[in-house]
Write a protein that binds this ligand. Structure first.
Ligand code: LLP
Length: 423
């Protein structure tokens, strides 16, 4: 499972020293481990213990086509949130019958594309959307399958930006309105109701949170079935949390306490499966982070050490345009050297080259002393890393490299300066 570990003094990705990846492909660069992706997929699948289900990888977490193809080959479908993600999923040979389309603001052309592709279902969020879906499906001479997204007003904890099922959030239909909306939907000629969907947030670390959501959805399924509307599918969401702190351990790097140790999607699934099984519905889930977060690192190069009266800044060549999570969510990513030299630890702000103080990868962080020209690995960045990158300050997006044993392949070229201004 853990594919980024030190071998003597070198941080490896599978059997390749990350230092050599940085030298060959340049920095900043996202590096993924194929074996890690596969292991995470397999552990999730095993946790279902034979119960009929579909795991749809949330493409928003990582939209690299080669990774998606790997994930698809493990039997996963895809949950897409835009026409772009739909197109990438299809290009990665994910069968349309395994694709769901989520999101509160699907455009008309996105609905047309989903219907034409023959995707499994739209996870719908409002009556206006259902009406539009019915109209477009009618025009296309097709029926659209839907799962109604329910807002259960559950606080998933964590950062407010990634909690999605509280009353004041834009997502879903309030549970108390579900029956009325489904009754109305039954009168629409081009819609087939398949079931219910919920997604309460991301980076959820507590089994109780999922159990609460499971109990809420089960009770609603019972009410709806009792009212004569069959519910065949439950798409049960809420993103399984992953360990960020203290992911890499070893004598040469500072220890980091983590409450998230031993957290795994598989255990969280096993905690809710007995509950959800009672409904006899087909289950689907939409994991993103838990499939790819641990499978990726961002490599950056130290440009300067800069000491002020107040602080030590380690200025690196990757910033908030490459990895936005620290700036946007105050997210914690462990940062370790690609090569250990047995140097003392020091406290530093690891900052990018961009024009604002919000441009940092870590603040006030203990790291082993590093010098100009050396490489640092920002750990657990396989999810919501590259996909949130931007061209801010007219910086090209980084390259992406996949390690498979002793082999490395470029799975996305670094953007060029020309691409930044070509019309
Ligand atoms: N399905 C839906 C409908 C979602 O909204 C999300 C995440 C997922 C699936 C995947 O959840 P996951 O397994 O990855 O937790 N950019 C933020 C995370 C935003 C998540 C939004 N929705 C971050 O970097 O933490």
């Amino acid at each position: 499972m853990q594919e980024f570990v030190y071998n003597n003094s070198l941080l490896m990705g599978e059997s390749v020293p990350l230092k050599s990846v940085a030298e060959e492909f340049g920095t900043p660069v996202y590096v993924y481990s194929r074996r890690s992706v596969l292991d995470h997929c397999r552990n999730i699948e095993k946790a279902f213990d034979g119960h009929p289900h579909l795991s749809c990888f949330a493409v928003k977490a990582n939209a690299n086509r080669d990774l998606l193809r790997l994930i698809g080959e493990e039997g996963f479908g895809a949950d897409v949130g835009s026409i772009g993600e739909l197109t990438i999923a299809l290009a990665a040979d994910i069968h349309p019958s395994k694709i769901t389309f989520s999101g509160v603001g699907k455009r008309d052309d996105e609905i047309v594309a989903g219907i034409r592709a023959g995707i499994y279902a739209f996870n719908v969020e409002s009556t206006e959307e259902i009406r539009l879906l019915d109209t477009i499906a009618g025009q296309e001479g097709k029926k659209a399958r839907i799962l109604l997204r329910i807002n259960f007003d559950i606080d998933a904890g964590g950062h407010a930006y990634v909690s999605t099922s509280m009353k004041h959030n834009k997502f879903g239909i309030p549970a108390g309105k579900a029956l009325e909306v489904l009754r109305w939907t039954q009168g629409l000629p081009n819609i087939e109701i398949r079931g219910l969907h919920s997604h309460i947030g991301s980076q959820i670390t507590k089994a109780e949170t999922f159990q609460r959501a499971a109990r809420a959805i089960i009770s609603l399924v019972q009410d709806i079935t009792a009212a004569g509307i069959p519910v065949r599918d439950i798409d049960f969401g809420g993103g399984f949390g992953v360990q960020y702190r203290g992911y890499v351990t070893g004598p040469g790097i500072p220890a980091e306490e983590s409450e998230e140790v031993n957290l795994s999607a598989a255990t969280l699934i096993r905690d809710v499966l007995p509950l959800l099984r009672e409904t006899h519905c087909r289950l689907s889930i939409q994991p993103g982070r838990s499939v790819v977060a641990h499978a990726g690192v961002l490599l950056v190069k130290v440009l300067y050490r800069k000491e002020t009266d107040d602080r030590l800044f380690v200025v690196v060549d990757g910033g908030m345009n490459d990895l936005l999570r620290p700036s946007l969510y105050d997210a914690y990513h462990q940062i370790v050297p690609a090569e250990l030299h047995g140097r003392p630890f020091e406290k530093a702000d690891v900052v990018g080259p961009l024009c604002e103080s919000g441009d940092f990868l870590a603040l006030d962080r203990q790291i082993p002393r590093v010098e100009r020209g050396e490489y640092l690995a920002v750990m657990c960045t396989g999810a919501y890393g590259y996909v949130l990158s931007s061209n801010y300050n007219s910086r090209p997006r980084p390259a992406e490299v996949l390690i498979d044993g002793t082999k490395c392949s470029l799975i996305r070229k670094r953007e060029t300066i020309e691409q930044l201004f070509e019309g």
